[in-house]
Design a protein around this ligand. Structure first.
Ligand code: ADP
Ligand code: MG
Length: 627
């Protein structure tokens, strides 16, 4: 009985398992730990006429140059993405998306075959699963799969679906940096605050983690799912192609240039100079490049990582110098310039005593082992990840009420009670939002649903309790219950399209840029909502108890009311607030007379409940006046 851990990478994937007490990466028949995350659809048929399984991993890459269009790499970049996002990503790749017939799911054209990113990932997972099966001589019981910390709901769902499609029991999705911390923290018994810097082939993640005896907490995460070693390759490939005078390279030519670039990049990690020799569309290109030249080429890309680093530190309310250590993860952290930049930013030499390629898989295996329940590493070892963007609902006037704040550790549950605005309102619309802005329209809409079947009650009486739960995999579910009648509605939020990191970044940036005007807008809306509530109450009371109005009261009240209604049409918050206060003042004696009469009537009728009710209202009115 064993659980396994899988690092499903953009570029490379690994599988690991805990043997004895030690996590180990499982090797393939040729003794290699890493398997390229590549799948080639050959178009071959089986005896019964069905499609033969594709080639996976190294086999798939073997002839990638000749079969560029059918060799699918980096599909992780498409996981859980919308078609629009995927189109942008595809421009940079050597294969094409399947177009047409109003499909809004991302599908890739692999020769004659059309496949989804989830299917492709499932093949990679299957290969690793089979390897584990062979090594363990038993079928693995359950699997932990790692995902970038910045993966949103849709991307996580897609990853979980790939696991299901591969026929495995997915126990848990684990954030990659958390896995790395697990590998380091447990093996070295570290204590303190750490930054985990993970630069792979296609994604960048930075996380700030706190390690204390057996408890890991992710304080914050930031990143970019479109930043990695592939970008270094692309810059260098451009240079190589321009030497050959080729513009807009596609397919095999682009693939060949990328492969030559990747090899040269590795050579420049090991030495100071690389020789490039490559056939490009019938031309042979020979050139040399020094590490210094390469550094100049990739510096702008490498430095983009620092933007996310600053964000993560700011969220954790820390400075670079507060880090007790910096952990390097991912193949691209071998690039000397990357190490220099990291060292300079954090003011210390990063840790790299574990193999940066294997750290995530090792951590996944440890987590998988913990989930068997038989681990030496006790149950109270908590792994806490965080919510990447705040979650809330839209309330009156289009303002956001946040239930769960960005960077809250998960799993997390939060509730808030809302009420109705109109007498006899039988349904409440709930609009679930994600983002940091004050107004609903500026945040991302995750879902809408209705709580129906609320019996007739006066406005303000129903108590609708809305509960948000984010589970250990980072997936949100929302429920709403009317407390008196127990009317209940529930949804698991599964947005069909993911939110790209660029969008997350933009949302955070605009929240900061717009903070001031957002607050102004929010205050204006709140002032209007309050004014309208006061107006509604005054109108209702004036109609009900017209006999209690004396002198020129009716006239004054209607003058102030009209002025307030007019002010509400404008953006003049001050005036709205002043007139609301004035309306309160001019109606105060009238309100007092109404309460007195109600009380008197109630006392005369000796109806205790009614007396209590009136007293209740009196107290409430006094409280309101005090506020
Ligand atoms: P992912 O997590 O995206 O699957 P990895 O962590 O496996 O990625 O990192 C893959 C990236 O690391 C690739 O861009 C690869 O070219 C790069 N890489 C691996 N080894 C080296 C090296 N020695 N020097 C420079 N880059 C390297
Ligand atoms: Mg990785």
């Amino acid at each position: 009985m064993a659980n396994i851990g899988i690092d499903l990478g953009t570029t490379n994937s690994l599988v690991a398992v805990v043997m004895g007490q030690t996590p180990r990466v499982l090797l393939d028949d040729d003794g290699r730990s890493m398997t390229p995350s590549a799948v080639r659809y050959t178009g071959a048929k089986q005896a019964d006429g069905s499609d033969a399984p594709p080639m996976i991993g190294w086999d798939a890459l073997d002839n990638a140059v000749d079969h560029a269009e059918t060799t699918l790499t980096s599909v992780k970049r498409f996981m859980g993405r919308s078609l629009d996002e995927a189109r942008k990503v595809a421009e940079e790749l050597h294969y094409t998306l399947a177009e047409g017939e109003g499909h809004d799911v991302v599908r890739i054209q692999a020769g004659d075959k059309v496949v989804t990113p989830v299917e492709v990932s499932a093949w990679i997972l299957r290969l690793l699963y089979m390897r584990a099966n062979e090594c363990l001589m038993a079928e693995p019981t359950g699997v932990v799969i790692t995902v970038p910390a910045y993966f949103d709901d849709a991307q996580r769902q897609a990853t979980r679906d790939a696991g299901k499609l591969a026929g495995m029991n997915v126990l848990r999705l684990l954030n990659e940096p958390t896995a790395a911390a697990l590998a380091y923290g447990l093996q070295e018994n570290s204590q303190g605050t750490y930054a985990v810097f993970d630069l792979g082939g296609g994604t960048f993640d930075i996380s700030v983690l706190e390690l204390t005896e057996g408890v890991f907490q992710v304080l914050s995460t930031a990143g970019d799912t479109r930043l990695g070693g592939d970008d270094f390759d692309r810059e260098l490939a451009k240079l190589i192609l321009s030497k050959a005078g080729i513009e807009n390279a596609k397919g095999s030519v682009l693939r060949a240039a990328m492969e030559a670039a990747e090899q040269a990049k590795r050579d420049l990690t090991a030495g100071e100079i690389a020789a490039i020799s490559v056939e490009l569309g019938g031309q042979s290109v020979q050139m040399q490049i020094t590490r210094a030249e390469f550094n100049d080429l990739i510096r702008p890309i490498a430095e983009r990582t620092l933007k996310s680093c600053k964000q993560a530190l700011a969220d954790a309310e820390m400075e670079p110098a507060d880090m007790d250590g910096v952990v390097l993860v991912g193949g691209s952290t071998r690039v000397p310039l990357v190490r220099e930049i990291v060292e300079e930013f954090f003011g210390q030499k990063p840790l790299s005593n574990l193999d940066p390629d294997k750290v995530v898989a090792l951590g996944a295996a440890l987590q998988a082992d913990i989930l068997t329940g038989s681990s030496e590493l006790s149950d109270d070892l908590l792994l806490m990840d965080v919510v990447p963007l705040s979650l809330g609902v839209e309330t009156m006037g289009g303002v956001v009420e946040r239930l769960i704040w960005r960077s809250s550790p998960i799993p997390v549950t939060a509730s808030e009670t809302f009420t109705t605005q109109v007498d006899g309102q039988n349904a409440v619309d709930l609009h679930v939002l994600q983002g940091e802005r004050e107004l609903a329209k500026d945040n991302r809409s995750l879902a809408r649903f209705k709580l129906k079947g609320i019996p007739d009650m006066p406005a303000g009486l129903p108590r609708v309790k809305v509960t948000f739960t984010v589970d250990a995999d980072g997936i949100l579910s929302v429920s709403a219950t009317e407390q008196y009648t127990k009317t209940h509605a529930e949804i698991e939020v599964q947005p069909s399209y993911g939110l790209s990191d660029d969008e997350i970044e933009n949302m955070l940036e605009s929240a900061i840029d717009n903070a001031e005007s957002d607050v102004d807008q929010r205050l204006l809306i709140e002032a209007r909502v309050e004014a309208q509530q006061v107006l509604a109450v005054v109108d209702k009371s004036v109609k009900a108890d017209v006999d209690l109005l004396g002198g020129n009261e009716t006239q004054v009240i209607s003058q102030v009311s009209d002025a307030l209604r007019e002010a509400c049409e404008s953006d003049d918050r001050k005036r709205i607030q002043e007139l609301t206060t004035k309306l309160d003042e001019v109606t105060a004696p009238f309100a007092q007379r109404r309460i007195e009469r109600d009380l008197k009537l109630a006392l005369e009728g000796q109806d205790a409940l009614q007396v209590l009710d009136v007293l209740d209202r009196t107290v409430k009115a006094a409280e309101d006046a005090a506020n």
